[in-house]
Design a protein around this ligand. Sequence first.
Ligand code: ADP
Ligand code: MG
Length: 256
Amino acid sequence: MTAQVWAVANQKGGVGKTTTVVNVAASLVHLGKKVLIVDLDPQGNATTGSGVNKTSIKHGVYGVLLCEAEVHEAVSHSKTGAYDVLGANRALAGAEVELVQEIAREMRLKNALAQVADQYDYILIDCPPTLTLLTLNGLVAADKVLVPMVCEYYSLEGISDLVATVRKIRMAINPKLAIGGVVRTMFDKRSLLAQEVSEQLTEHFGKELFETVIPRNVRLAEAPSHGMPALMYDPKARGTLAYLDLAQELLARAEA
Ligand code: ADP
Ligand code: MG
């Protein structure tokens, strides 16, 4: 096998990137896939949300980016999610600065992941809400970008920066990079505004928009405080089932 790498990115915070990474990962495992999460956000929410203690991380993604460790030495196992995690700890916040003077600074993650590509079916990268060097490493390492979006007034604003960055990376370093899909998150179907914005997204993104819509569901927000994906916390919750549908849709696209 050769892992397909999906970077989950949107330079807005709080749009459901981390929730999507953790729950799609657990769903893909449920569907029989071997999965690695790469937590590129110094806040480390995907790490703790997977039940991995940030303070227990020796190298994590930081060690890999700084070439202090290889991926196999740096991964943790999520007992609750049954996938592996290349975790983030506080040191990662410094990586942005430390990387600036390093050689091939934007290729570090891509080169490192190549060593373990035969061990996973899917690698999901949780990007921070910025378009700086960490996210750049994520996008350079990726085959596809998954963009979570909340259907709010300003949703489309700023997305053009991400789309432009994806285009630049495709032209400069990573010719296969493409938007793999846009997913509506935290959706409230009773909200007229949400419905209107949802229609705009359909017009704007067409087939790139996933059919699956992730509802606003409190179980998705509660699960991380128990260090587990919603699939383990409440397998029947609406949010859990929606992420299973999304994972299935993602598989259909990825394997098409
Ligand atoms: P990001 O990684 O883009 O900053 P998060 O995934 O951390 O976004 O989500 C932001 C907040 O919203 C978190 O507290 C999370 O638990 C909550 N959340 C995410 N998705 C949902 C959802 N579908 N329903 C309810 N709460 C959600
Ligand atoms: Mg996040």
